[in-house]
Design a protein around this ligand. Structure first.
Ligand code: FAD
Length: 366
């Protein structure tokens, strides 16, 4: 795949001062925190979009908010562009810097600073991976809700930059609905705190502005996120349909009936085939479309909700209903869906797009 994006001309003045800039940045950072050799810059040339490659001037790997502030202050004074980067799993080229730009990688800022269960909040450094938060609080019966499929690798800073969501956003929302506060370093190196551990803070709601701003308003070094109590149980169920339209109409009717499962995921026939061949999740290969619907709560609550969902699905000609019978089976159902991105690596004609469809138009669009 080749990109058609028009890159701006790198600043010739900055390129001419490259060696000096590297020396000056080195003086601002701990030992080994500056990457500038051609060979070492290769991993930073692109992100998960893979279509665009640009070798940045250098990569800074700060360990503290003060390091970040010093680098930003220096770059601001010298007119050098800066691009923050978490794990580089962005699918939009957002974590790539041009030849005159510094990449500020947050991967070394990967400590969980505070788990505050009475306030149901965790304070983490920006380079902490999404999954690490849930893993840290799981023994206490809590979790962090947004669950992008890249959650093993992607960082909370990147999640905030992209306002990421995942399969469970139907019930729990995306990052902005689960973010309570950030420590943000502004472009000139000023450090500010927005929000906090409480549901509301005393000043303007600038937090909402930062979430989804793709690193353009400042660099997040710490985040305070909401923790939720884990439900008693959760059960994904597979529903096979004779057409994409009937699966879409079923989703519309479930929501219109006032039922909010924790997740509803749709796959059409090519997606079912690719994922099944990759993950062997037991997806029904005779179905033209598949819904993975997850319900949660006590056994009685899950059964009651599932009963209502099955009744609606039957009005749309559902061909197969397969309930997961064990934690292993449940994990396998999700493994199939969550490895969809990797599975598409086996086919040549695939392009990733995001779309937003009004629920009432789902069947028509599908
Ligand atoms: C296999 C796969 C599956 C995916 N599934 C999902 C999914 O289900 N849902 C979803 O929403 N996305 C998904 N993504 C996209 C991607 O993982 C998310 O956008 C993720 O939030 C990016 O996190 P990152 O740490 O990799 O950030 P990066 O890619 O490094 O950066 C992303 C953006 O955030 C900015 N940024 C990074 N760190 C900071 C910081 N500390 N302060 C300010 N700005 C910062 C960057 O400049 C860039 O603009 C997927 C990607 C892959 C490869």
């Amino acid at each position: 795949m080749t990109g058609t994006i028009a890159f701006r001309e790198p600043d010739a003045g900055i390129l001419a001062r490259r060696e000096t800039i590297i020396d000056e940045l080195q003086a601002l950072l701990p030992e080994d925190a500056l990457v500038h050799e051609a060979r070492e810059l290769v991993p930073f040339e692109t992100d998960a979009f893979l279509a665009y490659h640009r070798v940045p001037l250098a990569v800074c790997l700060p360990e503290t908010t003060e390091d970040v502030a010093r680098v930003l202050g220096y770059c601001h004074e010298n007119g050098i562009p800066v691009v923050p980067r978490g794990a580089g799993t962005s699918l939009a080229g957002g974590a790539i810097g041009q030849e005159d730009a510094i990449i500020l990688g947050l991967s070394r800022m990967n400590r969980i600073l505070d788990i505050d269960l009475p306030n149901r909040a965790a304070v983490v450094q920006a380079g902490v991976t999404n999954i690490a938060i849930s893993e840290a609080v799981a023994p206490e019966g809590f979790f962090y809700a947004p669950d992008p499929s890249s959650q093993l690798a992607c960082t909370i800073g990147g999640n905030i930059g992209m306002n990421s969501g995942g399969a469970h956003c139907l019930k729990y929302g995306v990052t902005t609905n689960n973010l309570l506060g950030v420590k943000l370093v502004l472009v000139d190196g000023t450090v500010i705190d927005l929000g906090g551990k409480m549901l509301d803070s005393g000043s303007l709601d600038l937090l909402a502005l930062v979430c989804g701003s793709e690193g353009q308003l400042g660099i997040i070094t710490e985040a305070t996120v909401r923790l939720l109590a884990k439900p008693e149980g959760a059960r994904p169920v597979l529903f096979g349909f004779p057409s994409s339209e009937s699966a879409g109409a079923c989703v519309t009717d479930i929501i219109a009936a006032g039922i909010i499962p924790v997740a509803i995921e749709f796959m059409d026939k090519p997606a079912i085939e690719i994922c099944e061949a990759f993950a062997h999740a037991g997806y029904p290969l005779d179905a033209a479309a598949l819904l993975i619907i997850e319900v949660e709560g006590s056994e009685e609550e899950m059964e009651a909700m599932l009963g209502r969902i099955v009744t609606i699905a039957e009005t749309h000609g559902v061909m197969a209903v397969r309930r997961s019978q064990s934690a292993t089976e449940a994990a396998l159902i999700w493994k199939g869906r969550k490895s969809a991105f990797g599975a598409t690596g086996r086919i040549a004609d695939y392009i990733c797009m995001d779309g937003t469809v009004p629920l009432s138009q789902l069947s028509y669009v599908l």
